[in-house]
Write a protein that binds this ligand. Structure first.
Ligand code: AMP
Ligand code: ZN
Length: 114
């Protein structure tokens, strides 16, 4: 989608601090981090949000997960743990309508969310 912020980040038309990628997923550091490590992992193809995922998206979701595992390892998060979050819709505070998984770590994270 030409007017989508994260599509344009994937295409390199908008700058980001890249964290890694594979053939179907791209990762970049969140511009307003809420944890010492805060990375967004997105599908390269536009998908609106987690509620719009179809069974035919299984491979892209698997590639987002494998990228998150690589990044957790790279940033030394696997021993102490980390959190993966999909926000969906207003009540969850979802602001960007392109599917993204937050990878959060590097400090003790509160639960339940505020
Ligand atoms: P969400 O609230 O789940 O929709 O998360 C959207 C996230 O995108 C927020 O954590 C923002 O800080 C982040 N964000 C917005 N614009 C950018 C950008 N240009 N580069 C990196 N992260 C961004
Ligand atoms: Zn998009």
């Amino acid at each position: 989608m030409t007017d989508c912020l994260f599509c344009n980040i994937v295409l390199g038309k908008i700058d980001s601090n890249s964290a890694g990628q594979n053939d179907l997923a791209f990762a970049f550091f969140d511009i307003a981090p809420v944890a010492p490590i805060h990375i967004l992992i997105v599908p390269k193809r536009h998908i609106e949000n987690a509620n719009e995922l179809q069974s035919t998206d299984a491979e892209v979701l698997a590639k987002m997960m494998s990228l998150s595992q690589e990044l957790a390892e790279k940033h030394s998060l696997t021993d102490k743990g980390y959190r993966l979050v999909f926000n969906v819709g207003d009540d969850a505070g979802n602001t960007v309508p392109h599917l993204h998984m937050h990878l959060l770590g590097g400090r003790r994270l509160g639960w339940p969310p505020g």
